[in-house]
Design a protein around this ligand. Structure first.
Ligand code: ADP
Ligand code: ZN
Ligand code: ZN
Length: 660
């Protein structure tokens, strides 16, 4: 009697067996409806065998093998197996997270078949610059796996390189996967792709699509009908039978890292997938991640460079530092920055003031007794939002009205401390009453629609001064923008998070790249109390390689990635003592002592020790050998699964952790 071995969406590292009289090996990769507990679940058949692990008479029968879709391909399942092994995630969870939710429903709603396609005017491609032509020629499309880092400043024509590579891959009959950080922030890229390939089938895959559209697009990708799949990190798991090329735009972007559920790096999975499918992959960035840069330095990826901006009239902006140590600031703005804004206003040009902190002020405080607005659920302050007079926690979402007086001592004289974009906007309006000021952050722009409307207003010349967060930093051309002022950048220089400088440098390069994209020369003014810091020195020279070299040297000395391989075990519980006790037990397991190439650190509270009423601890594991770490982790995980933990304790393992 045939037995189905089924993957179910459960955090368990095992498959589930069901009997199914008519099943054959041709059913591997099909979805299946099976009884589970008191109800049913949808799973995926991973194998059909004559004899499972259990006696036949103890197995339940599968209810129905679904054949509305062709079976998931062997290479898709192999990709899931890789992710499951590498990230220590349950295979069932990996396989099922890759499917759109409509395909996991017991009662699927009836759907119309349809093609989503917007008709956009085709644009003729520009004549390639010599550099672009060289880069394109260096990516062989029929030579199996090759990996390339496309390193080019903003405006150097990376997107044009992607478009022309896509065109060549399509001409060979292939499908192309283009991964982007956050699709909401890049409507312009989506438009450029659909305009260039107006006669092709282009689909988007991201989490904000309506369920029906996501399923339709996924099916188009999986059936091979879609030519181009433009998606966020989750698209890396879309089946693509004709896959010929993978492109990862802004490969350094933190959003490629999934921070909950299965914690994976879509960029790293993309490299594995390119290798598995024997296709080329191009990772593009003006500020590559140090991991990728180091891979390129060591020849694992081929380094392709675009040194010049594509439009010969557009030069890189000058970056100047404003030493604020001996200056009087007006609401955080220095005199040189104020003068520079004035000049832009007189010339009818746009300015952008960048402050990567939303809200009115990061905290409300009482000067009489020292009370500060703290989140009751987290180790964090409540941020003052004056527009609707609320205090909000940016970590757990808790909010409450602004108190009229100090909740501790009754003092009515409580003050906002520090500055967020709302406060900056208020002050900029007061200082430049004749200017039209537009604030752009996640409070002002909550949906894709609002974002598109906002971009239209900016492009329509409806704003003289933009005040905004990093939302504004990504991939937009604002032709009349000639000045970028940067406030509040210093805090990342000496942060406890050793990745903070890398992120800061990328953000500043990106926001600087907004200035002077067309014929108007751009200027960037960075206010700082550390004008001699090497990060800023590299920034003024537009010197990513210099910055990367010094960072990599520091990381090598400190033994941080990419010079070491890490995993972290985290536990959260209502009491920190329980979390730490669990981690202590995990650290003392015999399997740890048996692996001498793996080093284990002491359990410590996480930097954000309390989140939404749970107290969180972590345990770092490190090795100089990736294989040694990969060999250790499954054994350790199995041992940890045996620990008797308090019922409210949750734990997970993260491989290549990003935040601590
Ligand atoms: P990046 O993706 O590196 O920021 P883009 O591909 O968006 O750069 O190019 C920047 C600008 O230069 C865009 O306006 C684009 O249309 C233009 N551009 C790109 N390649 C060329 C070219 N070969 N000739 C003329 N303009 C180009
Ligand atoms: Zn008080
Ligand atoms: Zn909170």
């Amino acid at each position: 009697m045939p037995v189905l071995r089924v993957a179910l969406d459960l955090p368990l590292h095992r498959l589930f067996d069901y009997v199914s009289p008519q099943a054959t090996l041709a059913d591997v990769g099909r979805r299946v409806r099976v009884p589970f507990g008191r109800g049913e679940k949808i799973g995926v058949v991973l194998d059909v065998v004559e004899q499972g692990d259990w006696p036949l008479d103890q197995l339940k029968a599968a209810a129905e093998i679904l054949d509305d879709l062709p079976p998931l391909s062997e290479d898709f399942l192999a990709l899931c197996r890789f992710a499951s092994t590498y990230y220590q995630a349950a295979l069932g969870e990996v396989v099922l997270q890759a499917l759109p939710s409509g395909l996991k429903r017991l009662q699927p709603p009836t759907r119309r078949a349809g093609r989503a396609r917007s008709v956009v005017r085709p644009l003729p491609p520009p004549v390639l610059t010599a550099e672009q032509a060289q880069v394109i020629a260096a990516v062989p499309l029929q030579a199996g796996y090759t990996a390339h880092l496309l390193f080019g400043v903003t405006g150097s024509g990376k997107t044009e390189v992607y478009l022309q590579l896509i065109e060549r891959a399509l001409a060979l009959g292939g499908q192309v996967l283009l991964l982007v950080p956050e699709i909401n922030l890049t409507p312009q890229l989506e438009e450029r792709v659909s305009a260039r390939f107006h006669d092709r089938f282009v689909v988007a895959l991201h989490s904000e699509l309506a369920e029906a559209a996501r399923e339709r697009h996924w099916r188009a990708a999986a059936s091979g009908e879609a030519d181009i799949v433009l998606g966020t990190r989750l698209a890396i798991f879309a089946p693509l039978p004709r896959l010929a090329l993978i492109l990862v735009d802004e490969e350094h972007d933190p959003s490629f890292k999934q921070q909950d559920g299965m914690r994976y790096s879509a960029r790293d999975v993309a490299v594995f997938r390119a290798h598995q499918r024997q296709v080329p992959i191009v990772l593009g960035s003006a500020t590559p991640s140090l991991e990728t840069w180091s891979n390129a330095r060591h020849g694992r990826y081929q380094l392709l460079e675009l040194r010049q901006r594509a439009n010969p009239a557009a030069t890189l902006p000058t970056v100047d530092l404003v030493d604020t140590r001996k200056m009087k600031l007006a609401e955080g703005l220095s005199a040189p920055l104020i003068d520079a804004v004035e000049t832009r206003l007189q010339r009818g040009e746009q300015s952008l003031i960048f402050l990567n902190r939303r809200g009115y002020a990061p905290v409300l405080a009482c000067t009489a007794c020292g009370w500060v607005s703290r989140c009751q659920r987290c180790a964090a302050n409540l941020v003052l939002h004056l527009a609707d007079r609320r205090l909000r926690c940016h970590h757990c979402g808790y909010e409450c009205p602004v108190p009229r007086a100090c909740p501790t001592c009754g003092n009515q004289d409580i003050h906002p401390f520090g500055r967020g974009t709302q406060r900056l906007e208020e002050w900029v309006r007061a200082r430049f009453p004749e200017a039209r000021v537009l604030r752009v952050d996640r409070d002002a722009v909550k949906s894709r629609k609002q974002w598109e409307a906002m971009l239209e207003r900016i492009h329509g010349g409806e704003a003289d001064i933009l005040v905004g967060t990093q939302m504004l930093a990504k991939g937009h051309d604002f032709p009349r923008l000639t000045l970028v002022g940067v406030l509040g950048a210093d805090s990342a220089l000496y942060a406890a998070d050793w990745r903070a400088p890398e992120r800061l440098f990328a953000q500043l390069m990106q926001v600087a790249g907004r200035a002077g994209r067309a014929e108007l020369k751009g200027q960037v003014l960075v206010q700082t109390e550390y004008p001699d810091h090497p990060l800023y020195a590299a920034l003024t020279r537009h010197d990513y390689p210099g910055f990367a070299a010094s960072q990599l040297q520091e990381r090598e000395q400190a033994g941080f990635p990419p010079y070491a391989f890490q995993a972290v075990l985290r536990a959260e519980a209502p009491q920190m003592a329980d979390s730490l006790a669990f981690l202590t037990t995990a650290a003392a397991m015999p399997v740890v002592a048996a692996h001498d190439q793996v080093m284990i650190f002491d359990p410590v509270p996480m930097r954000m020790a309390r989140l939404a009423n749970l107290e969180r601890g972590q345990l770092l594991v490190e090795s100089h050998s990736r294989p040694a770490l990969q060999q250790f982790l499954p054994q350790w995980r199995q041992a940890i699964e045996q620990i008797k933990a308090p019922s409210r304790l949750r734990w997970h393992l993260e491989v290549d952790p990003f935040e601590f």
